[in-house]
Design a protein around this ligand. Structure first.
Ligand code: HXC
Length: 512
C-alpha cells in the first residue's frame, strides 16, 4: 500500500466512526450521524475537518479500549451562507459520543480558533456524557470547555443544538451558550436521569417528561427552540445566524431593501378601543417589520412576553414585547428573565432593540413574591438599562406602574419613545386608582356604584392617555398608528452610529 492509499484508508476509517452497525442503529433511532448533520448545516464543500485522526486512549481505567479515529467528535470550520463558522458535532457511534480527554481537546481547539478569529461557534451535541472509562480527566475536559464557553460569552455567538442525550454536567456547556435548540422525541437534557430521580425523590417520570424538548421549551425555558426533527433544527440554526453578527465588534448582515409605501393602515384598527380586550401583539409585529422577517425565540415559554429577531428595512433588530393575548401581557418571573436574557444578547452583539409596550404591571401574589419577582423583575430592568444599542419604544396601549419604568422608558435610556393616541401611561388603571384614592368618597356616597363610574370616567379622561407623559418629554411623539413603521425606519437610521461609553468598571452585577 502506498502512502496516499494509506491516507485514504485512514480517512475512510474515520468516516465510519464506530462502524456501520452503529451508524445503522443511529438511523433506526431517527437520528442522523455527526457527519450527516454537518453536511446539512454547512455550505456545500465548505467543511474543513481538523483532528480527524485523533484517537482515544487505548487503555481505560480497567480495560483495553477499542480504538476509533476521531474519538467521538467531528470538529472543524466551514461556512453558512458564505460566513465563517466553527463547528463540533459529537459522534454517538463512538462510545455514545461520550467525552474523553482527546475529544474535549478537539472541541477546545476549535473554540480557541473561533475566539481568535471572531466567528460563531456551533455545537451539535449527542453524547452519553463523561467517558466513564477515563474517569476524572473527562471531567477536566468538560471544565476546560465550560471555561472557554464563559470566556467566549458576549464575544462570539454560541449556539448549541441538542440532538441526542445530554446528561449530567454536560448540560452546563449548552446552558452557558447563547441559544439552545432541542429536537423533539430524540433529545433530552437533565442533570440526573429518571432512575436517580426515582431513587432520590420517588418520582416516576420518563426521560421525555423530565427533560425532553417540549418540557424545556415550555416549562423550564432551558431550550429556546423545540424542533420537530433534526432538519428543522439545522434550519433554525441557519436562520438564527442570519440576524446576528460574527462577533461583538461586527454588525449584523444587512439585507437589501428598497423603501416603498411604508404606511401600515391595519395598525389603525388592530388595537381594540376597550383597554381590557386582548389582541395579538404578533400581528402588530408583523405590520412593523419586514415581511416574514420575524423569527421568534422562546416561543412556548412565558408567552406573556414575546422576544425574537426581525428586520426593519433590511436591518436586524431584537424585539421585546408584552403580549396582551396571554395573561394580559403581565410581567412575571419567567417573562422578566426571558426578556432580560434576550436583551443582553442583542446588546452584546450590536443588535438594536425595539420594545413594544402594553403591560398592566407586575403579577401580584405569594407565588411570585416567594419565588423572587423582585430580583427577577430587576433583571429586565437592569438589562434594558445597561443596553447601549439603539433602543426604541412604542407604547401601543397600557404602560402602568413599575412596568412602565422597566419596559424601556425614556428614564432608563431609551433613545426614542413613541406612543399611540390610545396609550394609557399612568401609575395604574383607572378602576384600581379610583378605588384607592376615592375609597372614602365612594363608600359614603348614596349611590356608590354610580359615583365610582363617574370617578373612573373622570380619571380615564384626565390620566389614561399619553399626553401627560408627552408633556414631560417622556414620550417623544404621539403617532398615528399607521405611521409607526416609518417612524421606526427613520429612528434606526438616525441612531445608526450611536456610541455610548459606559462608566469604567470590571462588570456590572445583574441581580441573579
Ligand atoms: C462511555 C458510553 C457512555 C459513557 C454510552 N456509552 N455512554 N461509553 N462512557 N458515558 C456507550 C455504550 O457503552 C454503548 O457502547 C454506546 O455508547 C451506546 O450506548 P447505549 O447505552 O447502547 O445507547 P442508548 O440505549 O441510546 O442509551 C444512551 C444513554 C446511555 C442514555 C446515553 O448509554 C447512558 O445512560 N449512558 C451513561 C450516561 C451517563 O451516566 N454518563 C455519565 C454522566 S456523568 P457500544 O460499544 O455498545 O456501542 C457526566 C459528568 C459530566 O457526564 C460532568 C461535567 C461537569
Amino acid at each position: 500500500m502506498n502512502k496516499i492509499e494509506q491516507l485514504h484508508n485512514k480517512v475512510a476509517q474515520a468516516h465510519l466512526g464506530g462502524g456501520q452497525a452503529r451508524i445503522d442503529s443511529q438511523h433506526k433511532k431517527g437520528k442522523l450521524t455527526a457527519r450527516e448533520r454537518l453536511l446539512l448545516l454547512l455550505d456545500e464543500g465548505s467543511f474543513e475537518e481538523l483532528g480527524m485522526l485523533v484517537e482515544n486512549r487505548n487503555k481505560g481505567l480497567t480495560t483495553e479500549q477499542e480504538q476509533f479515529l476521531g474519538d467521538g467528535v467531528v470538529t472543524g470550520y466551514g461556512t453558512i451562507s458564505g460566513r465563517l463558522v466553527y463547528v463540533f458535532s459529537q459522534d454517538f457511534t463512538v462510545y455514545g459520543g461520550s467525552l474523553s480527554e482527546p475529544h474535549a481537546k478537539k472541541i477546545c481547539k476549535i473554540m480557541d480558533l473561533a475566539m481568535e478569529n471572531g466567528a460563531p461557534l456551533i455545537g451539535l451535541n449527542d453524547s452519553g456524557g463523561a467517558r466513564i472509562q477515563e474517569g476524572v480527566v473527562s471531567l477536566g475536559g468538560y471544565a476546560d470547555i465550560f471555561y472557554r464557553n464563559t470566556r467566549a460569552s458576549g464575544v462570539i455567538p454560541q449556539i448549541s443544538a441538542i440532538m441526542g442525550p445530554c446528561a449530567g454536567g454536560a448540560v452546563y456547556s449548552p446552558a452557558i451558550t447563547d441559544f439552545i435548540m432541542m429536537v423533539e422525541q430524540t433529545s433530552y437534557m437533565f442533570v440526573t436521569g429518571p432512575n436517580v430521580v426515582k431513587t432520590v425523590t420517588h418520582e416516576e417520570v420518563t426521560s421525555e417528561e423530565l427533560g425532553g424538548a417540549n418540557t424545556h421549551a415550555s416549562k423550564s425555558g432551558v431550550t429556546h427552540f423545540a424542533c420537530a426533527n433534526e432538519v428543522e433544527c439545522i434550519q433554525y440554526i441557519k436562520q438564527l445566524l442570519s440576524y446576528v453578527p460574527q462577533n461583538c465588534e461586527d454588525k449584523a448582515p444587512v439585507y437589501p431593501y428598497t423603501l416603498g409605501n411604508e404606511t401600515r393602515t391595519a395598525l389603525n384598527t388592530l388595537i381594540p378601543e376597550n383597554p381590557n380586550q386582548p389582541y395579538d401583539m404578533k400581528e402588530v409585529i408583523a405590520e412593523l417589520t419586514d415581511e416574514n422577517s420575524f423569527f421568534e425565540v422562546h416561543k412556548d415559554f412565558a408567552e406573556n412576553i414575546i422576544v425574537g429577531f426581525a428586520r426593519i428595512a433590511g436591518r436586524s433588530i431584537g424585539i421585546v414585547a408584552n403580549q396582551p393575548a396571554h395573561l394580559a401581557g403581565v410581567l412575571d418571573i419567567h417573562a422578566s428573565v426571558k426578556g432580560a436574557r434576550f436583551t443582553r444578547f442583542c446588546d452584546a452583539f450590536n443588535i438594536p432593540l425595539l420594545v413594544l409596550v402594553d403591560v398592566p404591571g407586575f403579577l401580584p401574589g405569594t407565588d411570585q413574591e416567594w419565588n423572587g419577582i423582585i430580583t427577577n423583575g430587576a433583571k429586565l430592568l437592569f438589562a434594558l438599562s445597561e443596553a447601549t444599542v439603539p433602543k426604541l419604544t412604542l407604547t401601543t396601549r397600557k404602560a402602568y406602574g413599575g412596568a412602565y419604568c422597566v419596559m424601556n422608558s425614556k428614564h432608563i435610556g431609551a433613545d426614542l419613545n413613541f406612543a399611540f393616541p390610545n396609550a394609557e401611561i399612568a401609575v395604574m388603571g383607572a378602576k384600581g386608582a379610583v378605588e384607592i384614592i376615592f375609597k372614602k368618597e365612594i363608600d359614603s356616597s348614596p349611590n356608590p356604584e354610580q359615583r365610582m363610574n363617574e370617578l373612573v370616567a373622570d380619571y380615564t379622561e384626565r390620566f389614561a392617555n399619553p399626553y401627560l407623559a408627552a408633556e414631560k418629554g417622556y414620550i417623544d411623539e404621539v403617532i398615528v398608528p399607521d405611521q409607526a413603521r416609518i417612524k421606526l425606519i427613520k429612528g434606526y437610521a438616525m441612531l445608526e452610529n450611536k456610541v455610548v461609553n459606559m462608566p469604567r468598571k470590571k462588570h456590572g452585577n445583574i441581580p441573579l
